[in-house]
Write a protein that binds this ligand. Structure first.
Ligand code: ARG
Length: 459
């Protein structure tokens, strides 16, 4: 046990207590951010004349070597250190002697850990955003390739109206685009530097907090030292962003599982992204999609856990807040893994376009268009709706589609119908004439594609 705080104690910490309290096992993930923060702190201390230039240089050299040794696995995270902050500081003192003992001047682990976590989340936001961008690029390609791939659109999981696969993928494009913008919002509010807040009440040293903030790429220093050490809102926001991403991935996975089923046969997941059964030789299971759907619960769990941890703790720092890490780290890694795997599965799956189109043709997906046909000929919509209802009933009884129903039967129900009804309710007309903004018609889709393409070029 190499603790930072032995002075006022008369007894050694019990080993079980030590283990219970220690966090190095998981906060070692913060080593890079911890060192990055210490470097900025030391530079600021020297600028303010609190450390000499020489002391600064010695400490920076020591920290650089520690970082290098960790990355080259020459320095291991041995459990005798309580947390990542003690680990780095103790190793610095080992290497530099007395000068290393000056690193923690004007700083507490409370503002230090708040900074480390913010830096970590900021890096994570960047990585997750890049993965989402790659996913959007895959979706854009699928959209470009499938402007005329007809498929049924569903409501209540009942066939509703025909759409295109491009349009369906476009819906997910919008979702993941919003997810990226949520990440950017989270970063905006996160990006103020807590370092220099001390344990809770600032310090008496003439720290230049704005300077430290600038060195670390923040938009400024936080304005209340108690809030600075007690705030985990940014992490809650990030976990909420991640939860929404997982909700989107999970819905998409659910559809992929349905589409890949024997009943739908809209797609075939690539062999590389499927698994077999140990007993049933014929099986090819969509395990990856199921696992992504399943892992969603785990990410929600991290969000709920932190909200619950934070809800009852008085200002300012309390040790409860150490519980912000394990589940959050797990959630962050889980989401990155899920996006990357999902993207691979999407890129490689095969669309069975004929089956999609065949499915779009039955189930009366053109019934609305038959009603619209009557409206164009002067029938009020409510009457048209009822007339087409009768047509559908006739077709259901006779097991035919609207396209197969003879004209004289149409005319028995309403004399308004003429030969041009067949053209009006063809799949091509149904889809390709829906060209209001956001609709599946190819003219509308092409305009949207231009916007989405430009968006991906710009950010
Ligand atoms: N391991 C602690 C955490 O993650 C670091 C801060 C400890 N501060 C303290 N006063 N015990 O929250």
């Amino acid at each position: 046990m190499a603790q930072l705080w032995g002075g006022r104690f008369t007894k050694e910490t019990d080993q079980l207590v030590y283990n219970f309290n220690a966090s190095l096992g998981f906060d070692k993930k913060l080593y890079k951010q911890d060192i990055q923060g210490s470097m900025a702190h030391v530079k600021m201390l020297a600028k303010q004349g609190i450390l000499t230039e020489q002391e600064k240089d010695e400490i920076l050299k020591g920290l650089t070597e520690i970082l290098q040794d960790i990355e080259e696995k020459k320095l291991e995270f041995s459990p005798e250190y309580e947390d990542i902050h003690s680990f780095v500081e103790a190793n610095l003192i080992k290497r530099t002697g007395d000068v290393g003992k000056k690193l923690h001047t004007g700083r507490s682990r409370n503002d230090q850990v708040a900074l480390d976590m913010k830096l970590y989340v900021r890096d994570e936001i960047q990585e997750t955003d890049m993965l989402l961008k790659e996913l959007l690029e895959t979706l854009l390609k699928l959209m470009e390739d499938n402007l005329h791939t007809y498929m049924p659109g569903f409501t209540h999981l009942q066939k509703a109206q025909p759409i295109t696969a491009a349009h369906h993928f476009g819906a997910y494009f919008e979702m993941f685009k919003r997810d990226r913008s949520r990440l950017a919002d989270t970063k905006k509010r996160l990006n103020y530097c807590p370092l220099g807040s001390g344990a809770l009440a600032g310090t008496t040293y003439p720290l230049d907090r704005e300077y430290t903030a600038e060195l670390l790429g923040f938009d400024g220093a936080t304005l209340n030292s108690m809030d600075s050490v007690a705030d985990r809102d940014y992490l809650i926001e990030y976990l909420s962003d991640l939860s929404v991403i997982m909700m989107h991935l999970s819905r998409f996975c659910e559809e992929i599982i349905l589409w890949n089923s024997n009943e739908y046969q809209f797609i075939e997941i690539d062999d590389g992204y499927s698994t077999g059964s140990s007993i049933m030789p014929q099986k090819k299971n969509p395990d990856i999609a199921e696992l992504v759907r399943g892992k969603t619960g785990r990410v929600y769990g991290a969000l709920m856990s932190l909200l619950t941890t934070m809800k009852g703790i008085p200002l300012a720092y309390n040790k409860d807040m150490q519980e912000d890490k394990e589940l959050a780290f797990d959630a962050m890694d889980t989401v990155k893994g899920c996006i990357a795997l999902f993207n691979g599965m999407l890129e490689t799956m095969e669309l069975k376009k004929e089956n999609m189109e065949k499915s779009a043709k039955n189930g009366f997906t053109n019934a609305t268009d038959a009603a619209d046909y009557l409206v164009k000929k002067g029938v009020p919509f409510r009457d048209a709706h009822s007339i087409v209802g009768e047509l559908v009933l006739f077709c259901v009884k006779n097991q035919i589609s609207l396209d197969e129903m003879p004209l004289e039967e149409y005319q028995k129900i309403s004399p308004v119908f003429e030969q041009d009804i067949y053209e009006a309710i063809s799949m091509k007309t149904c889809v390709e004439t829906r060209n209001t903004i956001g609709a599946p018609g190819p003219e509308a889709m092409k305009k949207v594609l231009e916007i989405q393409k430009k968006y991906l070029e710009d950010c």
